[in-house]
Design a protein around this ligand. Structure first.
Ligand code: KIV
Length: 300
Protein backbone atom coordinates (compact mmCIF):
# COMPACT_ATOMS: atom_id res chain seq x y z
CA UNK A 1 0.00 0.00 0.00
CA UNK A 2 1.35 3.42 -0.93
CA UNK A 3 2.05 5.97 1.77
CA UNK A 4 1.99 8.80 -0.75
CA UNK A 5 -0.73 10.81 1.00
CA UNK A 6 0.19 10.22 4.64
CA UNK A 7 2.75 11.95 6.79
CA UNK A 8 4.76 8.97 8.04
CA UNK A 9 7.77 7.04 6.63
CA UNK A 10 7.23 4.09 4.25
CA UNK A 11 6.02 0.81 5.81
CA UNK A 12 9.41 -0.85 5.36
CA UNK A 13 11.11 1.47 7.84
CA UNK A 14 8.23 1.84 10.29
CA UNK A 15 8.77 -0.23 13.41
CA UNK A 16 6.01 -1.91 15.42
CA UNK A 17 4.96 0.39 18.27
CA UNK A 18 5.23 -1.20 21.72
CA UNK A 19 4.21 -0.06 25.19
CA UNK A 20 7.86 0.65 26.19
CA UNK A 21 8.27 2.69 22.98
CA UNK A 22 5.21 4.76 23.91
CA UNK A 23 6.57 5.19 27.45
CA UNK A 24 9.88 6.43 25.97
CA UNK A 25 8.10 9.17 23.98
CA UNK A 26 7.58 11.26 27.15
CA UNK A 27 8.36 14.87 26.31
CA UNK A 28 9.31 14.04 22.71
CA UNK A 29 7.29 14.06 19.47
CA UNK A 30 3.56 14.19 20.42
CA UNK A 31 1.83 10.81 20.49
CA UNK A 32 -1.29 10.22 18.41
CA UNK A 33 -4.00 7.77 19.41
CA UNK A 34 -7.30 7.18 17.64
CA UNK A 35 -10.12 4.74 18.32
CA UNK A 36 -11.04 1.90 15.97
CA UNK A 37 -13.60 -0.82 16.43
CA UNK A 38 -13.31 -3.12 13.41
CA UNK A 39 -11.00 -4.39 10.63
CA UNK A 40 -11.41 -1.45 8.19
CA UNK A 41 -11.10 1.04 11.06
CA UNK A 42 -7.86 -0.62 12.13
CA UNK A 43 -6.53 -0.52 8.56
CA UNK A 44 -7.46 3.13 8.07
CA UNK A 45 -5.93 4.26 11.37
CA UNK A 46 -2.76 2.28 10.77
CA UNK A 47 -2.30 3.43 7.19
CA UNK A 48 -2.64 7.02 8.39
CA UNK A 49 0.26 6.32 10.76
CA UNK A 50 -1.12 6.75 14.29
CA UNK A 51 1.06 5.53 17.16
CA UNK A 52 -1.73 3.88 19.15
CA UNK A 53 -5.10 2.37 18.21
CA UNK A 54 -7.58 2.27 21.08
CA UNK A 55 -10.50 -0.11 20.91
CA UNK A 56 -12.45 2.20 23.18
CA UNK A 57 -15.59 1.31 25.07
CA UNK A 58 -16.92 4.34 23.15
CA UNK A 59 -17.86 1.54 20.72
CA UNK A 60 -21.02 1.59 22.86
CA UNK A 61 -22.13 5.03 21.72
CA UNK A 62 -20.65 5.43 18.26
CA UNK A 63 -21.07 1.91 16.84
CA UNK A 64 -23.59 -0.01 18.94
CA UNK A 65 -26.04 2.85 19.57
CA UNK A 66 -26.11 2.55 23.37
CA UNK A 67 -26.72 5.57 25.65
CA UNK A 68 -23.67 4.98 27.87
CA UNK A 69 -20.46 2.98 27.75
CA UNK A 70 -21.66 0.94 30.74
CA UNK A 71 -23.74 -1.26 28.44
CA UNK A 72 -20.68 -2.75 26.76
CA UNK A 73 -19.61 -6.23 27.90
CA UNK A 74 -16.26 -7.98 27.98
CA UNK A 75 -17.50 -10.23 25.15
CA UNK A 76 -18.27 -7.10 23.05
CA UNK A 77 -14.79 -5.71 23.70
CA UNK A 78 -13.07 -9.00 22.84
CA UNK A 79 -15.10 -9.24 19.61
CA UNK A 80 -14.20 -5.70 18.49
CA UNK A 81 -10.58 -5.92 19.62
CA UNK A 82 -10.09 -9.15 17.67
CA UNK A 83 -11.49 -7.51 14.52
CA UNK A 84 -9.01 -4.64 14.80
CA UNK A 85 -6.18 -7.06 15.63
CA UNK A 86 -6.83 -8.89 12.35
CA UNK A 87 -5.74 -5.66 10.61
CA UNK A 88 -2.29 -6.45 12.09
CA UNK A 89 -1.58 -2.81 12.91
CA UNK A 90 1.90 -1.43 13.31
CA UNK A 91 0.35 0.86 15.95
CA UNK A 92 0.15 -0.34 19.53
CA UNK A 93 -3.25 -2.00 20.05
CA UNK A 94 -4.89 -1.00 23.34
CA UNK A 95 -8.26 -2.38 24.48
CA UNK A 96 -10.54 -0.67 26.99
CA UNK A 97 -11.59 -2.72 29.99
CA UNK A 98 -15.37 -2.30 30.17
CA UNK A 99 -17.24 -1.23 33.27
CA UNK A 100 -17.38 -3.84 36.06
CA UNK A 101 -14.53 -5.94 34.67
CA UNK A 102 -11.88 -4.36 36.92
CA UNK A 103 -13.86 -3.46 40.04
CA UNK A 104 -14.41 -6.70 41.95
CA UNK A 105 -10.92 -8.00 42.71
CA UNK A 106 -7.38 -7.93 41.33
CA UNK A 107 -7.73 -11.62 40.38
CA UNK A 108 -10.87 -11.04 38.36
CA UNK A 109 -9.31 -7.96 36.78
CA UNK A 110 -6.34 -10.06 35.69
CA UNK A 111 -8.56 -12.82 34.26
CA UNK A 112 -10.56 -10.27 32.26
CA UNK A 113 -7.49 -8.40 30.97
CA UNK A 114 -5.96 -11.76 30.06
CA UNK A 115 -8.96 -12.51 27.85
CA UNK A 116 -8.58 -9.18 26.05
CA UNK A 117 -4.95 -10.09 25.35
CA UNK A 118 -5.36 -13.79 24.52
CA UNK A 119 -8.73 -13.79 22.73
CA UNK A 120 -8.79 -10.19 21.49
CA UNK A 121 -5.14 -9.75 20.58
CA UNK A 122 -4.74 -6.58 22.68
CA UNK A 123 -1.17 -5.52 23.43
CA UNK A 124 -2.17 -3.36 26.40
CA UNK A 125 -5.34 -2.50 28.29
CA UNK A 126 -6.79 0.81 29.46
CA UNK A 127 -8.91 1.27 32.54
CA UNK A 128 -10.68 4.26 34.03
CA UNK A 129 -10.18 5.64 37.51
CA UNK A 130 -7.62 6.96 39.99
CA UNK A 131 -6.23 5.81 43.34
CA UNK A 132 -8.96 3.16 43.97
CA UNK A 133 -7.67 1.29 40.90
CA UNK A 134 -4.04 1.05 42.05
CA UNK A 135 -4.37 -2.48 43.40
CA UNK A 136 -5.83 -3.72 40.10
CA UNK A 137 -3.20 -1.95 38.03
CA UNK A 138 -0.37 -3.44 40.10
CA UNK A 139 -1.80 -6.92 39.57
CA UNK A 140 -1.89 -6.44 35.78
CA UNK A 141 1.58 -4.89 35.65
CA UNK A 142 3.02 -7.75 37.73
CA UNK A 143 1.51 -10.15 35.17
CA UNK A 144 3.25 -8.13 32.44
CA UNK A 145 0.12 -6.67 30.91
CA UNK A 146 0.87 -3.03 30.02
CA UNK A 147 -1.76 -0.68 31.46
CA UNK A 148 -2.85 2.75 30.28
CA UNK A 149 -4.56 4.86 32.94
CA UNK A 150 -7.52 7.19 32.35
CA UNK A 151 -8.54 9.99 34.73
CA UNK A 152 -10.51 13.24 34.63
CA UNK A 153 -13.89 12.83 32.96
CA UNK A 154 -14.32 9.06 33.07
CA UNK A 155 -17.49 8.18 31.11
CA UNK A 156 -18.04 4.94 33.05
CA UNK A 157 -18.66 7.13 36.16
CA UNK A 158 -21.63 8.86 34.52
CA UNK A 159 -24.14 7.83 37.17
CA UNK A 160 -21.92 8.60 40.16
CA UNK A 161 -20.88 11.95 38.68
CA UNK A 162 -24.42 12.86 37.58
CA UNK A 163 -23.45 13.42 33.94
CA UNK A 164 -20.44 14.27 31.81
CA UNK A 165 -18.67 17.32 33.22
CA UNK A 166 -15.19 18.73 32.89
CA UNK A 167 -13.27 17.63 36.00
CA UNK A 168 -10.74 19.45 38.19
CA UNK A 169 -11.91 23.03 37.71
CA UNK A 170 -11.78 23.73 41.46
CA UNK A 171 -8.54 23.68 43.40
CA UNK A 172 -9.47 20.81 45.70
CA UNK A 173 -10.59 18.61 42.77
CA UNK A 174 -7.45 19.55 40.88
CA UNK A 175 -5.29 18.48 43.86
CA UNK A 176 -7.07 15.13 44.03
CA UNK A 177 -6.53 14.62 40.32
CA UNK A 178 -2.81 15.28 40.65
CA UNK A 179 -2.71 12.72 43.48
CA UNK A 180 -4.56 10.20 41.30
CA UNK A 181 -2.12 10.79 38.44
CA UNK A 182 0.89 10.29 40.73
CA UNK A 183 -0.66 7.13 42.22
CA UNK A 184 -1.20 5.62 38.76
CA UNK A 185 2.30 6.60 37.72
CA UNK A 186 3.72 4.82 40.79
CA UNK A 187 1.48 1.79 40.12
CA UNK A 188 3.23 1.36 36.78
CA UNK A 189 0.98 2.64 33.98
CA UNK A 190 2.92 3.25 30.76
CA UNK A 191 0.72 6.19 29.68
CA UNK A 192 -2.15 8.19 31.10
CA UNK A 193 -5.26 9.52 29.35
CA UNK A 194 -6.52 12.87 30.65
CA UNK A 195 -10.09 13.47 29.53
CA UNK A 196 -12.18 16.62 30.04
CA UNK A 197 -9.62 18.46 32.14
CA UNK A 198 -8.74 22.20 32.12
CA UNK A 199 -5.70 22.76 29.90
CA UNK A 200 -3.60 24.28 32.69
CA UNK A 201 -4.23 21.32 35.01
CA UNK A 202 -3.46 18.81 32.24
CA UNK A 203 -0.19 20.60 31.62
CA UNK A 204 0.66 20.58 35.34
CA UNK A 205 -0.06 16.83 35.57
CA UNK A 206 2.01 16.24 32.44
CA UNK A 207 4.97 17.95 34.13
CA UNK A 208 4.57 15.93 37.33
CA UNK A 209 4.21 12.37 35.99
CA UNK A 210 7.00 10.28 34.49
CA UNK A 211 4.82 8.72 31.77
CA UNK A 212 3.30 10.33 28.66
CA UNK A 213 -0.10 11.94 29.10
CA UNK A 214 -2.56 11.67 26.22
CA UNK A 215 -5.26 14.31 26.23
CA UNK A 216 -8.84 14.47 24.98
CA UNK A 217 -10.51 17.74 25.81
CA UNK A 218 -7.43 18.53 27.89
CA UNK A 219 -5.77 21.26 25.85
CA UNK A 220 -2.45 21.29 24.00
CA UNK A 221 -0.06 20.77 26.93
CA UNK A 222 -0.14 16.95 27.09
CA UNK A 223 2.37 14.51 25.56
CA UNK A 224 -0.17 13.33 23.00
CA UNK A 225 -3.74 13.56 21.77
CA UNK A 226 -6.55 11.07 21.28
CA UNK A 227 -9.82 11.42 19.39
CA UNK A 228 -12.70 9.09 18.68
CA UNK A 229 -12.42 8.14 15.00
CA UNK A 230 -16.14 8.56 14.31
CA UNK A 231 -16.01 12.09 15.77
CA UNK A 232 -13.06 13.26 13.69
CA UNK A 233 -14.46 11.72 10.51
CA UNK A 234 -17.99 13.09 10.96
CA UNK A 235 -19.51 9.63 11.40
CA UNK A 236 -20.96 10.15 14.86
CA UNK A 237 -24.74 10.49 14.86
CA UNK A 238 -24.78 11.68 18.47
CA UNK A 239 -23.35 14.65 20.37
CA UNK A 240 -20.05 16.28 19.28
CA UNK A 241 -18.14 17.72 22.28
CA UNK A 242 -16.46 21.10 21.74
CA UNK A 243 -12.95 19.63 21.69
CA UNK A 244 -13.68 17.59 18.55
CA UNK A 245 -12.28 18.89 15.30
CA UNK A 246 -13.99 17.29 12.31
CA UNK A 247 -11.49 16.43 9.60
CA UNK A 248 -14.09 14.92 7.28
CA UNK A 249 -17.84 14.67 6.85
CA UNK A 250 -18.09 11.00 5.95
CA UNK A 251 -21.73 10.53 6.93
CA UNK A 252 -22.74 13.22 4.42
CA UNK A 253 -20.49 11.68 1.76
CA UNK A 254 -21.82 8.19 2.46
CA UNK A 255 -25.45 9.28 2.19
CA UNK A 256 -24.69 11.13 -1.07
CA UNK A 257 -22.87 8.08 -2.50
CA UNK A 258 -25.69 5.65 -1.69
CA UNK A 259 -28.20 8.17 -3.06
CA UNK A 260 -26.29 8.26 -6.40
CA UNK A 261 -26.37 4.44 -6.52
CA UNK A 262 -30.14 4.38 -5.89
CA UNK A 263 -30.66 6.82 -8.77
CA UNK A 264 -28.42 4.75 -11.08
CA UNK A 265 -30.34 1.55 -10.30
CA UNK A 266 -33.69 3.26 -10.84
CA UNK A 267 -32.71 4.70 -14.22
CA UNK A 268 -31.10 1.43 -15.40
CA UNK A 269 -27.55 2.81 -15.35
CA UNK A 270 -26.26 0.23 -12.86
CA UNK A 271 -24.82 -2.33 -13.44
CA UNK A 272 -23.03 -1.63 -16.73
CA UNK A 273 -21.61 -4.19 -19.18
CA UNK A 274 -18.24 -3.93 -17.39
CA UNK A 275 -19.85 -4.56 -14.03
CA UNK A 276 -21.56 -7.75 -15.30
CA UNK A 277 -20.26 -11.29 -15.88
CA UNK A 278 -20.46 -12.81 -19.35
CA UNK A 279 -20.61 -16.39 -20.60
CA UNK A 280 -17.44 -17.80 -22.10
CA UNK A 281 -19.40 -19.95 -24.53
CA UNK A 282 -22.30 -17.92 -25.86
CA UNK A 283 -23.59 -21.00 -27.73
CA UNK A 284 -24.33 -22.60 -24.36
CA UNK A 285 -27.28 -20.26 -24.15
CA UNK A 286 -29.10 -22.52 -26.60
CA UNK A 287 -28.92 -25.37 -24.05
CA UNK A 288 -30.83 -23.41 -21.49
CA UNK A 289 -33.18 -21.63 -23.85
CA UNK A 290 -35.38 -24.66 -24.42
CA UNK A 291 -38.43 -23.94 -26.56
CA UNK A 292 -41.38 -23.23 -24.36
CA UNK A 293 -39.32 -21.71 -21.54
CA UNK A 294 -38.68 -18.04 -21.13
CA UNK A 295 -35.30 -18.28 -19.39
CA UNK A 296 -33.05 -15.44 -20.54
CA UNK A 297 -30.01 -16.07 -18.36
CA UNK A 298 -26.79 -14.40 -19.50
CA UNK A 299 -28.38 -12.11 -22.07
CA UNK A 300 -27.01 -8.91 -20.63
O1 KIV B 1 -13.52 4.84 24.84
C1 KIV B 1 -12.87 5.77 24.36
O2 KIV B 1 -13.01 6.13 23.18
C2 KIV B 1 -11.92 6.46 25.22
C3 KIV B 1 -11.23 7.66 24.67
C4 KIV B 1 -12.16 8.79 24.60
C5 KIV B 1 -9.99 7.99 25.43
O3 KIV B 1 -11.73 6.06 26.32
Amino acid sequence: MSNATSSHPPDAIRKKVTAPAVRARKGREPLTMVTAYDFPGGKVADQAGVDIILVGDSVANVVLGYETTNQVTLADMIHHTAAVARARPRALLVADMPWMTFHVSPEETLRNAGRLVREGGAEAVKLEGGAPRVEMIRKLVSAEIPVMGHIGLTPQSVHAAGGYQVQGRRLEDARLMVEDALALDRAGVFALVLEGVPASLAQAITRRVSVPTIGIGAGPGTDGQVLVMHDMLGLNFGHYPKFVRRYADLSREAVAAIDRWIRDVRRGAFPSEDESYHMIDAAALELIEEPGTDLAIGRR
